[in-house]
Design a protein around this ligand. Structure first.
Ligand SMILES: Nc1ncnc2c1ncn2[C@@H]1O[C@H](COP(=O)(O)OP(=O)(O)O)[C@@H](O)[C@H]1O
Ligand SMILES: N[C@@H](CCC(=O)OP(=O)(O)O)C(=O)O
Length: 376
């Protein structure tokens, strides 16, 4: 038994396009109802259980109604299909959960929303409020406004970020394949992997591309499991009930030891650096090994056009990103501060210049200490 899943009170369940739609580009009502049966029974079995459902399938479900034979490559066509399909999906979920007296609420998010702290907090509040009402949030990417550069594309990472957002106890990823295999299961000889405890368990595993309607394939699922920070079960929709019951189905990704705070998880996985600061070896040592704040004295270079409050990457003298943090100064201010002691800055420029470039509470280390120590 997977005790952490059995004990979970709040879970995120993500289903891929292939589990929710038919090959001819329409909603698979029977499979949706079967999945809703499982989710509704799980949450109603104990009044304190809450589920957030991340549903892909908007583009796939819009193909049939628009007469599109296959998932188009063109972004505008994908967005039109998503707009049609999303409405149909939510109508179906509304009807299906209503069989159990449960209401649903649609939550559409973009990668940008996850990065901006204020949007992030609003999304968090909405989800918490829906859960407090006993409603099931149905989450998807806001495909009609997402552009290629800033898209999640697949919903696996989105599901992991939603798990951070609501402090879920577990994440269940449902695909058209019943587990992670040592290679693409469409090829002979591939074996199911039952447990992933550490990155080395994935050595030699071939993570292939997606099926007909999905995106990302196994790469994005493994990445989502790595960043989720909670136990993750990867299996197919037919095994959802068994997965929620903690049975030995699919692949179980054990969470790594001590988990960073949600703020640090957010910084590491929901944001992208809006610029770069180059650190001297002493500052790398202080930030990575001693978990100190970044002071102006240890900065040797600055790139990008960021503003105070933006996430920026910190690199070592070889350009390798070692950490990310919320910067306290605009990019244009930093050249005058670099290499100076905080005491000198406070004396020459005023007490407001005594502040760190990045405070340690706003900073996440992105390399392991071992990796940082292994430098040539
Ligand atoms: N090592 C592997 N183990 C399992 N499945 C794999 C592997 N490599 C590639 N795949 C493929 O990944 C597909 C699932 O990814 P994807 O189509 O993106 O699904 P979804 O729509 O559920 O997100 C499976 O159909 C499978 O053929
Ligand atoms: N937001 C998109 C998800 C794209 C997609 O295919 O995701 P997935 O099936 O999870 O790999 C949609 O609803 O169509």
């Amino acid at each position: 038994m997977r005790e952490a899943v059995v004990q979970a009170r709040r879970i995120v369940v993500k289903a891929g396009s292939s589990s929710l739609t038919t090959p001819d580009g329409s909603i698979d009502s029977a499979r949706i109802d079967a999945l809703v049966d499982v989710l509704a029974r799980w949450s109603r079995a104990d009044g304190r259980r809450e589920v957030v459902f991340v549903s892909s399938g908007a583009i796939a479900a819009g193909l049939g109604p628009l007469g599109l034979p296959d998932r188009p490559r063109d972004l505008a066509l994908q967005q039109a299909a998503a707009s049609v399909g999303q409405g149909l999906l939510v109508a179906r979920y509304t009807a299906s959960f209503a069989r159990y007296g449960l209401g649903v609420g649609q939550v559409l998010l973009t990668a940008d929303d996850m990065m901006r702290r204020s949007h992030h907090r609003n999304a968090q509040r909405t989800l918490e409020q829906l859960l407090a009402f006993g409603f099931v949030p149905i989450v998807n990417e806001n495909d009609t406004v997402a552009t290629d550069e800033i898209r999640f594309g697949d919903n696996d990472r989105l599901a992991a970020l939603v798990a951070h957002l609501i402090r879920a106890d577990a994440l269940i990823l449902l695909s058209d394949v019943d587990a992670l295999y040592t290679g693409d299961p469409r090829e002979p000889g591939a074996r199911r992997i039952e447990d992933v405890r550490e990155p080395a368990d994935l050595d030699g595993v071939r993570l292939g591309g997606s099926g007909r309607v999905g995106t990302g394939g196994m790469v994005t699922k493994v990445e989502a499991a790595r960043i989720a920070g909670v136990p993750v079960v990867l299996t197919n929709a037919d095994s959802a009930g068994a997965a929620l019951a903690g049975e030995n189905v699919g692949t179980y990704f054990h969470p790594a030891g001590v988990q960073p705070s949600t703020r640090r998880l957010w910084l590491a996985h929901a944001t992208t650096g809006q610029g770069r600061l180059r650190l001297d070896p002493g500052a790398v040592e202080a930030v990575v090994h001693r978990r100190k704040s970044l002071l102006p004295a240890g900065v040797t270079g600055v790139e990008g056009d960021f503003s105070a409050g933006d996430p920026v990457d910190m690199c070592d003298d070889e350009g390798r990103v070692v950490a990310r943090g919320l910067v306290n100064y605009d990019a244009a201010e930093i050249p005058d501060l670099m290499g100076r002691s905080t005491r000198w800055l406070a004396r020459e420029l005023g007490p407001e210049y005594e502040r760190e470039i990045i405070h340690r509470d706003d900073l996440v280390v992105l390399v392991t200490e071992e990796a940082a120590a292994r430098r040539p």
